[in-house]
Design a protein around this ligand. Structure first.
Ligand SMILES: CC(C)(COP(=O)(O)OP(=O)(O)OC[C@H]1O[C@@H](n2cnc3c(N)ncnc32)[C@H](O)[C@@H]1OP(=O)(O)O)[C@@H](O)C(=O)NCCC(=O)NCCS
Length: 157
């Protein structure tokens, strides 16, 4: 919730954002995601405290991403106080390995067009922009980019 609000509530909080964050980031939603076969959450901890996580969903397809066995990087969140310390780089590498081990050949994600820091981060890590998509919540539509990267096949010569 903290990372979501830091990232997306750039003009403050209004009822639509409050409802979205309370419904999508509840304990129940995460308990379900942690136990789901089709997704994997990797956490970064420091001194017994959660400071970031990456969430990958397998067999999630996007028509704009390159053809192949696709997986989605649904979230990569690092708490603001711990950004810039390579936690995001480590979580992304782990998310890519997990996707690869599950048979994915393409990892895609849809960052917000105004999230310049994230767009630059992924670009520097080999992700290509495949076009525009929309994230819809509470009847609002927000422009996102479709980024994707081809994953190395394990044990490939
Ligand atoms: C995008 C994000 C995952 C990156 O994680 P991170 O732990 O900061 O990443 P790293 O420390 O590994 O790398 C950060 C890079 O940004 C650079 N950077 C520039 N300004 C920065 C800033 N104010 N804070 C942090 N990093 C900054 C770092 O120097 C580094 O550069 P590099 O790509 O040349 O290595 C993290 O900022 C985050 O969780 N943001 C909020 C949520 C979000 O936007 N998630 C992505 C949504 S799709």
């Amino acid at each position: 919730m903290q990372v979501f609000l830091d990232t997306y509530a750039t003009e403050g909080i209004r009822p639509e954002i409050a409802r979205e964050v309370l419904s999508s980031y509840s304990q129940a939603v995460f308990a379900k995601a942690i136990s789901a076969e089709e997704s994997r959450i990797t956490v970064a901890e420091r001194n017994g405290h959660l400071i970031g996580f990456a969430q990958v969903t397998f067999s999630a397809n996007h028509s704009l991403a390159p053809a192949g066995a696709q997986a989605e990087l649904l979230r990569l969140y690092v708490q603001e106080s711990f950004t810039g310390a390579k936690v995001g780089t480590a979580l992304l590498a782990e998310a890519e390995s997990i996707a690869c081990l599950e048979g994915a050949t393409v990892l895609w994600l849809t960052p917000w067009v105004h999230n310049q820091r994230a767009l630059a981060f992924y670009s520097r890590r080999g992700y290509t922009d495949f076009g525009l998509t929309y994230f819809t919540f509470e009847g609002e539509s927000h422009e996102n980019r479709v980024l994707a990267k081809s994953l190395a096949v394990p044990n490939a010569a």
